[in-house]
Design a protein around this ligand. Structure first.
Ligand code: SF4
Length: 188
């Protein structure tokens, strides 16, 4: 892959290259970062394609809502390995639809992931926005240097997790009550 080296990216180019390389090598995708922000075990389970969302009514309804209202259009056709809901190519803005404004930092991870990969691919700066389903609200996703470094550290951690044979041990936390893996983890 050609390294991102434009002056527009400046000292972001090297960490962006590393981020893109890790994402490609370990087949990382945006949702994994959202899971990792909430729980390492959840990220490992998702990475290993262990899925219990069909057992959780709230998640089933959320999937249907997203499928019905997802504002996907021709703006994202032809992208390989990057699947945001919408892209404004003129403004260099990536837009991801979300069901609610809850867990704001976690849901921002997925949108930020797309923006960072588009930066690496185009050698230009991109912005990111979460659009609450139904067009009720648009929330800007911050992408500063600190976010790039955090996402890179998360990609490194996801790469480590991908080599682990067993899910990491974690203790019960408040989000377990609403997590579809709670039955598997014994936290129901
Ligand atoms: S139930 Fe709790 S510990 Fe288990 S995956 Fe979900 S958030 Fe993580």
């Amino acid at each position: 892959m050609i390294p991102a080296s434009s002056s527009e990216l400046g000292d972001w180019a090297a960490p962006l290259d590393r981020f893109r390389d890790l994402s490609e090598r370990f087949q990382l995708h945006g949702l994994l970062f959202q899971h990792l922000e909430l729980c390492e075990r959840r990220a490992w389970l998702h990475m290993n394609r262990i899925d219990y969302s069909h057992l959780d009514e709230r998640m089933r309804l959320g999937s249907v809502n997203h499928a019905i209202h997802r504002p996907r259009d021709h703006s994202v056709e032809g992208l390989i390995g990057v699947s945001p809901d919408r892209i404004d190519w003129d403004r260099r803005e990536v837009i991801e639809a979300k069901g609610s404004a809850g867990a704001r930092e976690a849901v921002s991870m997925q949108t930020r992931f797309y923006a960072l990969l588009l930066m690496a691919a185009t050698e230009k700066r991109w912005t990111a926005t979460n659009e609450i389903i139904g067009g009720r609200k648009r929330l800007t996703v911050a992408i500063e240097r600190e976010h790039l470094e955090t996402m890179l550290a998360m990609a490194e951690r996801l790469a480590e997790l991908s080599g682990q044979e067993w899910p990491p041990r974690v203790s019960r936390k408040s989000i377990c009550d609403a997590c579809s893996y709670r039955f598997l983890c014994g936290f129901a």
